[in-house]
Design a binder for this molecule. Sequence first.
Ligand code: C2E
Ligand code: MG
Ligand code: MG
Ligand code: MG
Length: 277
Amino acid sequence: QAKAAGRNTVSFFDPTMQARVSARAALEADMRRALGNDEFVLHYQPLMSVDGTMAGVEALVRWKHPQRGLVPPAEFIPVAEESNLILPLGRWVMREAGSRLAQWSGDTRTAGLEIAVNVSAAQFHRPDFVEHVLEVLAQTGARADRLRLELTESLLLKDVEGTVGKMQQLRAAGVSFALDDFGTGYSSLSYLHRLPLDQLKIDRSFIWSAVKEDSGAAIVRIIVLLGKALNMSVLAEGVETQEQLNFVIAEGCQYYQGYIFSKPLPEPELLTIIAGL
Ligand code: C2E
Ligand code: MG
Ligand code: MG
Ligand code: MG
């Protein structure tokens, strides 16, 4: 029987693995229920320009679990990505962001804001992805030039031709693109210039090490130069201290996000901050 299971499988009973598999299955079933029950919610983290104005917000999903309280994405996005649940969840996030954009366009204080939405690989590589985004914009009445999609390096590596095609179609409609967590994945400089990206987001690990180690500072410097050379803006992620903020401004980053200004907030709290600016 062990042979039939294949050469690389563990052929003895592993209780911890068994437990993990059933915990995952339970989480998956719970997520499926939660999708039908409208338990997901978006929080919004300000994306700040170094001149002190708010350029937009990043939409970050949370799960309002009836028993567990507010569950952070790190605890369910990976499971959603391994099952197909990331597709309905991703569609929900897109629609919700579109509705917010449409609503915000009616108020001068929020009309100029962009919303950046995180897109998973499985979602992006679906053949109907472009169609779906355009449909959401049409149905919600959101302006395409207020929508920014955040993609990751690994997502872009797969099928570069097809990826560029999809990005160009959406860009023609006005949608913009950011490369999230830049520097942590497997970027290839040979194709980075072929991708129609508008922004590089420097991963927070580099921002944190930049004020401690020369090597971190060098990486931030190089990414800023790269962004300039490729005509992309550069945003520093995870800025927590004044020292980090001073550093990224001195290095020429145009945007930042981080706890130094604000954590991701529920919409009413975000609007309160905006009203006070
Ligand atoms: P991300 O896209 O890189 O989002 C930034 C994360 O950094 C957020 O974590 C944010 O709360 C956190 N962050 C921002 N500033 C600071 C700071 O100054 N200090 C620290 N320690 N953290 C900071 P969050 O909300 O827990 O999201 C984690 C990840 O989950 C996101 O990373 C993204 O990859 C994923 N995610 C969130 N929402 C969605 C979604 O709607 N769809 C998809 N596919 N993924 C999502
Ligand atoms: Mg992001
Ligand atoms: Mg990020
Ligand atoms: Mg990150």
